[in-house]
Design a protein around this ligand. Structure first.
Ligand code: GRF
Length: 200
């Protein structure tokens, strides 16, 4: 009995049971960096094994070198590339995918292959403001609150089941840039919290 408990504790402390995860990006990668840091906590349920980018221009690719995580760039319009991507994910035993500033639409086939295993962070209080320019829309509409949402991916844009959501107050002197900054700060708290919720 004692041996079993010790083993369980050992597994936990060595991260033995962490779920192998890939992060998909297209841009700056501040959420990627934040998730990498989160994944390094002993109690984090995920380990980040792979960074996938839709473009070689993504600034976030720099975190691959910094944190010694394999990176690959794929063309998401091309079926051959999708096959290669799926093969790589299977080879690396990836069981969970986090989209973090990923600007491409995943194919129905891809989503089917990872059904219920792909999540995304979106900078609005969904279902309000799906798609792009969310901060601009919130400012133009004189909204009192904006925020961010972590949700599952399904075949429709920004429409999957919501996991967690957090509000951010919009002040009178906010513009789309100050609001973006404020929301991003909250995203960095919300994404790890949503992952903990999924695996708890
Ligand atoms: C974030 O606001 C995220 O919600 C949205 O794109 C932005 C990406 O920022 N999907 P970063 O690349 O993680 O810094």
């Amino acid at each position: 009995m004692l041996v079993k408990i010790k083993l369980r504790l050992m597994k936990k402390s060595t991260g033995f049971k962490k779920t192998k995860t890939a992060i998909f990006i297209s841009g700056k990668g501040t959420n990627l960096k934040n998730l990498i840091k989160f994944s390094k906590n002993i109690n984090s349920p995920i380990s980040i094994e792979l960074i996938i980018s839709s473009t070689k221009k993504a600034k976030g690719l720099k975190y691959s070198n910094q944190y010694k995580i394999l990176k690959k760039i794929f063309n998401f319009k091309n079926k051959v590339d999708e096959k290669k991507l799926l093969n790589l994910l299977y080879k690396k035993k990836i069981k969970f995918i986090c989209l973090a500033g990923f600007m491409k639409i995943l194919s129905k086939n891809f989503i089917k292959k990872f059904r219920g295993k792909i999540i995304n962070i979106h900078p609005s209080l969904l279902p309000k403001y799906k798609g792009l320019n969310t901060h601009q829309k919130a400012i133009e509409n004189n909204d009192k609150f904006s925020g961010c949402t972590v949700h599952y991916i399904n075949s429709m844009l920004d429409s999957g089941k919501i996991i967690l959501q957090r509000k951010v107050k919009i002040n009178k002197n906010d513009n789309e840039f100050t609001l973006e900054k404020k929301v991003l700060k909250v995203e960095h708290l919300l994404y790890p919290a949503a992952i903990n919720k999924i695996f708890s």
